[in-house]
Design a protein around this ligand. Structure first.
Ligand code: AP5
Length: 220
């Protein structure tokens, strides 16, 4: 199954993609995680992306398209994937369609998580995650059971993202509305778009996604 999970920063794409990944035995492909790994490793792509990400802007289409094209050609994507953070522009969406068409396949589902801007700021400013396994937490709504320790893997490597500062979040939301929101009508016209109320409790969101995907997705 090939799925795109769409939504503004903090909508819950990463949280839900991790749950779907397990339930459907598909790979989560987070372009944000890939870029952060490139920045941490100091690769050419990482050097070009670092300042752009810290400013809350979008990294260029050519970098992202090449990155995804290479990634979906890897053997672990054979069973399917869930894209989290890609596509983010109409040019990326068109390139993805062309890539899949070239392989004789297409997207099965494009799901938008709809969340109000005011809720996004609160979600992002309270977010932290496990630097070892990537599990996502929130100071108020989803704290880890023991402070500073990941529930999922027991690591004490807790991280907060540098682009989660209030002024950068405002720039990320602007980039979403200006450059990413236009892909919603693009997919609606293709008849593949479904929208889920991302303001609901995260387990309810998981349930709604499972219904669309025709599979039960356990809340973890
Ligand atoms: P990226 O890493 O993709 O970040 P993002 O899209 O801004 O999304 P987030 O990861 O912030 O949020 P999320 O929707 O995954 O929410 P989460 O589940 O964590 O991109 C970062 C940067 O990389 C971009 O700004 C750009 O520069 C660059 N980039 C990446 N892809 C690119 C592309 N394709 N093209 C160009 N540039 C690109 O949840 C957030 C918080 O809310 C958590 O604490 C969670 O516990 C909580 N939460 C989740 N769901 C709920 C709920 N239902 N109720 C209450 N709380 C909830």
């Amino acid at each position: 199954m090939k799925i795109v999970l769409l939504g503004p920063p903090g909508a819950g794409k990463g949280t839900q993609a991790k749950r779907i990944e397990k339930a459907l035995n598909v790979v989560q492909l987070s372009t944000g995680d890939m870029l952060r790994a490139a920045v941490a490793a100091g690769t050419d792509v990482g050097k070009r992306a670092k300042a752009v990400m810290e400013a809350g802007k979008l990294v260029s289409d050519d970098i992202l398209i090449a990155m995804i094209e290479a990634r979906i050609a890897e053997p672990d994507c054979k069973n399917g994937f869930i894209l989290d953070g890609f596509p983010r522009t109409v040019a990326q969406a068109q390139a993805l369609d062309a890539m899949l068409k070239g392989k004789g396949t297409k997207l099965d589902s494009v799901i938008e998580l709809a969340v109000d801007d005011a809720a996004l700021v609160a979600r992002i400013s309270g977010r932290y995650s496990c630097g070892a396994c990537g599990a996502v937490y929130h100071d108020q709504t989803k704290p880890s059971k023991a402070e500073g320790v990941c529930d999922a893997c027991g690591s004490t490597k807790i991280v907060r993202r540098p682009d989660d500062k209030a002024d950068t979040v405002a720039a990320r939301l602007k980039a979403y509305h200006d450059q990413t929101a236009p892909i919603i009508p693009y997919y609606r016209e293709q008849g593949v778009l479904k929208t889920v109320d991302g303001m609901a409790d995260m387990d309810q969101v998981t349930k709604a996604l499972g219904k669309i995907l025709g599979r039960e997705v356990p809340a973890v």
